[in-house]
Design a protein around this ligand. Structure first.
Ligand code: URA
Length: 204
């Protein structure tokens, strides 16, 4: 196994036994994440739902089915990307994660990203958005890429939101169409010396 795969597997094992918040008592399985350890793109959702908790895998329910469609629309499969969540254990009744649960879980996500070192991070929904854009409103910034340190971060609506609100379906589909070009630009920028970087990429 390549080095990243081993490090991610080690992290997954630790996450699976994590006792750091009360969700450890109610989970069936922790959901560390899945996908390609060498992925250019990492998608970060909110947290596991019922099916994810049962299977120990991210985005395997209805929102995951839509995420698969969105990936396919830009010629990507799950195996090409890495998918994980802000919190790794299901919150009872799928309630919003509590601040103390996010705080307890954040070091896991940070360590995963340190191993993955993606070119691009796509945040799905407001909880992963606020890790990179504190105080921002998803309706204002969705689809707008911002370079943060060494990675291009693109905030998107959560696919589940599009399942509940038909008008968002088109919006998230359009935002996904921007990803291939943005990834190409991110790759090109990596080849340039890191001279003054625009903090906000203007989308065409
Ligand atoms: N919603 C999420 O945010 N993550 C999952 O893994 C599934 C649904």
């Amino acid at each position: 196994m390549a080095e990243q795969a081993i490090e991610l597997a080690n992290l997954a094992e630790q996450i699976s036994g994590c006792p750091k918040c009360a969700l450890a008592k109610t989970r069936t399985n922790a959901v560390p994440g899945s996908g390609n350890p060498n992925a250019d793109i990492v998608f970060i959702g909110e947290g596991p739902g019922f099916h994810e908790d049962q299977q120990g895998l991210p985005f395997v329910g209805a929102a995951g089915k839509f995420l698969d469609e969105l990936l396919a629309s830009i010629n990507l499969r799950r195996e090409d990307v890495y998918i994980c969540n802000v919190i790794k254990c299901r919150a009872p009744d799928n309630r919003d994660p509590l601040p103390n649960e996010i705080d307890a879980c954040t070091p896991w996500l940070t360590q995963q990203l340190d191993v993955l070192k993606p070119r691009m991070i796509v945040t799905l929904g407001r909880f992963s958005m606020s890790r990179y854009f504190p105080g921002a409103t998803i309706g204002r910034i969705h689809g707008q890429a911002k370079r943060i340190d060494d990675v291009l971060v693109v905030p998107m609506y959560h696919p589940a939101a599009a399942l509940h609100q038909a008008s968002l379906r088109q919006t998230i589909m359009e935002d996904f169409q921007k990803l291939p070009d943005l990834l190409e630009r991110a790759a090109a920028e990596e080849e340039q010396p890191r001279e003054p970087q625009p903090t906000q990429l203007q989308l065409l």
